[in-house]
Design a protein around this ligand. Structure first.
Ligand SMILES: NC(=O)c1ccc[n+]([C@@H]2O[C@H](COP(=O)([O-])OP(=O)(O)OC[C@H]3O[C@@H](n4cnc5c(N)ncnc54)[C@H](OP(=O)(O)O)[C@@H]3O)[C@@H](O)[C@H]2O)c1
Length: 339
């Protein structure tokens, strides 16, 4: 199947927007994954639209506002063709490793104004709480997000890295269209409680880092050698030293299946994430991040791959064998509130 054919669509949540079944993560276009070629990144955005990729994902924290500003001209040119998703709550300082969280209503009200201004829009289609601060009553934060809907500043609510019980609590305050959490062949803790709750509530799951931040493509057996000095992944446990070597060995079945289908490891990894939709009975719209047209087309072409039961069985044990956590500090993740 040619990657230029438009991908199919799905609805986020019961009353949410209809989007291409695969979205695009724009984070790496501004920060975290080494140097970006701006012209190539803009060409990738154009390729996304041509392929039917309409869910464009950013956050106020990516590049500390720079990623939203980078997207603004593209958004202005294609406002009605895309579903624009951004996020609030992560606080940064000049210390590149620092991460704080703010969920209080006053903060949410100011954060949305800043995102609207940087994106150059009147309304955000999908507004996510990026991380939860358990010190703030959840109903209060979600209630503040719901007020933004009534004020016409956002259209739909999303949550990132919440547990199943938290998703239920939020959904009782206001319908949640999408849960964005890490979900890939390497990261399956979201299946503990959140996926089941999402399926029951009719909330779509938007898997982030579906390529394991690139590791599942087979490109990073040795982070010290393969990654630029300022690449954020150098600090990720799974990319470091012995863990990286052990994790690279886990990709053997991915490569075997890729060869059998005549596709790439990245495409097998994405096909596995798309297949979660059938396994768990819910809408799944992964948002792989790329800054290159060729990879965008490679990734959308993965939506047409069907893995056999035998292949799925080969991939099943991988996640449990992965060496290293998803983050150096897991305290802000949903997993930290489930163990
Ligand atoms: N909610 C959250 O807390 C959270 C956290 C992290 C990310 N996100 C969102 O999720 C999006 C995706 O996650 P991610 O970017 O972290 O990880 P990802 O999608 O798993 O992987 C991205 C990496 O894979 C590379 N890549 C993409 N397609 C490829 C292909 N076909 N072949 C080889 N390499 C390929 C990219 O490089 P090139 O760019 O050079 O192609 C990049 O280095 C982000 O952009 C962001 O919007 C959300």
């Amino acid at each position: 199947m040619s990657g230029t054919e438009r991908i199919t669509t799905a609805r986020l949540g019961t009353n949410g927007p209809e989007v291409g079944i695969q979205g695009l993560g724009a984070m790496g276009m501004s920060e975290f994954y080494g140097d970006t070629d701006e012209a190539a990144a803009r060409d990738t955005l154009d390729a996304a639209l041509e392929a039917g990729v309409t869910l464009i994902d950013t956050a106020d924290v990516y590049g500390r506002g720079a990623n939203e500003e980078f997207l603004a001209p593209f958004v202005a040119a294609h406002r009605d063709e895309i579903t624009l998703a951004t996020k609030f709550s992560i606080i940064r300082t000049d210390d590149p490793h620092y991460r704080g969280v703010r969920n209080d209503p006053a903060y949410i009200k100011s954060a949305v104004e800043n995102s609207l201004r940087r994106l150059g829009v009147d309304v955000i289609d999908l507004y996510y709480m990026h991380r939860r601060d358990p010190a703030v009553p959840f109903a209060e934060s979600v209630g503040a997000m719901a007020e933004l809907v009534h004020e016409g500043k956002i259209k739909h609510l999303g949550l990132s890295e919440v547990t199943g019980p938290e998703l239920r609590e939020a959904h009782a305050v206001h319908p949640i269209a999408a849960l964005q959490s890490e979900w890939s062949l390497f990261s399956r803790d979201v299946e503990r409680s959140a996926v089941g709750a999402a399926a029951e509530l009719g909330v779509a799951v938007v898997p982030y880092s579906p390529l394991g931040r690139g590791f599942l493509t087979g490109a990073f057996a040795d982070a010290a050698k393969d990654l630029q000095e300022d690449d954020f992944r150098r600090s990720q446990p799974r990319f470091s030293g012995d863990n990286a070597r052990r994790n690279a060995a886990l990709l053997e079945p991915v490569h075997t299946i890729a060869a059998a289908h005549g596709v790439t490891a990245a495409q097998v990894a994405l096909a596995w994430v798309h297949h979660r939709s059938a396994v768990h009975g819910l809408t799944v719209v992964p948002i792989p991040g790329t800054r290159r047209r060729s990879r965008l087309l490679e990734n959308t072409a993965a939506t047409w791959i069907t893995l056999t039961e035998a292949e799925l069985a080969l991939l099943e044990p991988i996640a449990a064998r992965v060496a290293g956590d998803r983050y150096p500090d897991m305290s802000l993740t949903s997993a930290a509130r489930e163990s």
